[in-house]
Design a protein around this ligand. Structure first.
Ligand code: DC
Length: 242
């Protein structure tokens, strides 16, 4: 195993910004595990599956042909060669993704792929079960927290930048309802033993990254890291490279 920094946290806690910034600054690969759940939801939606068709959702996860960018500056997502980087952020996908995330067999398949990916190098990975299930062995694990009002504000800003305008009810549905649904299987709002807790409510993105990098230094994760590793793409571990 390479060096691993795993970041958990609910929607709007700033985990993507933190994970990408830290990966960029330390020259680590980046893996957004949530993007894999979203890609699975896109595949299910494209196949016209019903949200309660658990067997078909699990099979879709097993059949996923995914190609993910590991560069924190270009974390593209391709499904069977089709670029779905923007599509995975659409409201219809955000509304559907919990249907995938609540099925243990679907999670097991995605976790298996995530573990195969991070076995290939030094990674900052983000996502709700990364500190407990995907990479409990990570040298640095942390849970980012933020007050609900701040999380709603940030998610609203993020969606606004992506050209999506949601009213307060839709935003609440995306942030609060989804976190509640998702936490029925994975409790990502409490830090597990050994997981550092960082409240980002009143911190700038830079200050959050500075704190994580300081902890990474203490865990011996920064030595010699002034370079960007190759390759910058993650091939589906079930498909041979090249
Ligand atoms: O972080 P995000 O909003 O992109 O995550 C999308 C969905 O995937 C969300 O409903 C939670 C789920 N997810 C999960 O259950 N476990 C992960 N490791 C990552 C995401």
């Amino acid at each position: 195993m390479g060096r691993i920094i795993a970041i958990d946290g609910p929607s709007g806690s700033g985990k993507s910004t933190a994970a990408r910034g830290v990966a960029r600054r330390l020259g680590y690969h980046y893996l957004d595990t949530g993007a894999m759940y979203r890609a699975a939801a896109v595949a299910c939606l494209r196949a016209g599956l019903a949200a309660d068709d658990r067997a078909a959702i699990v099979q879709t996860c097993r059949d996923l042909d995914l190609d993910l960018g590991a560069d924190p500056d270009d974390p593209f997502v391709r499904l069977a060669g089709d670029d779905i980087t923007a599509a995975i952020r659409q409201p219809a996908v955000s509304a559907w993704v919990s249907a995938v995330a609540v099925i243990p067999e679907a999670r097991a398949e995605l976790v298996r792929r995530q573990q195969a990916i991070i076995a290939r190098g030094d990674f900052v990975l983000e996502g709700r079960d990364t500190t407990t299930v995907v990479a409990p062995q990570a040298q640095l694990r942390l849970l980012l927290a933020a007050d609900p009002a701040e999380r709603l504000r940030r998610r609203g800003l993020e969606l606004g930048r992506a050209g999506q305008t949601l009213n307060q009810d839709q935003l609440r549905d995306q942030v609060i309802r989804r976190d509640r649904d998702d936490s029925t299987l994975v409790d990502f709002q409490q830090a597990a033993p050994g997981v550092r807790w960082l409240d980002s409510t009143n911190l700038t993105a830079q200050a959050v990254q500075d704190q994580i990098i300081a902890w990474a230094g203490q865990a011996d994760l920064t030595a010699g890291r002034a370079w960007r590793p190759a390759p910058d793409r993650l091939f589906d571990p079930s498909v041979p490279d090249g």
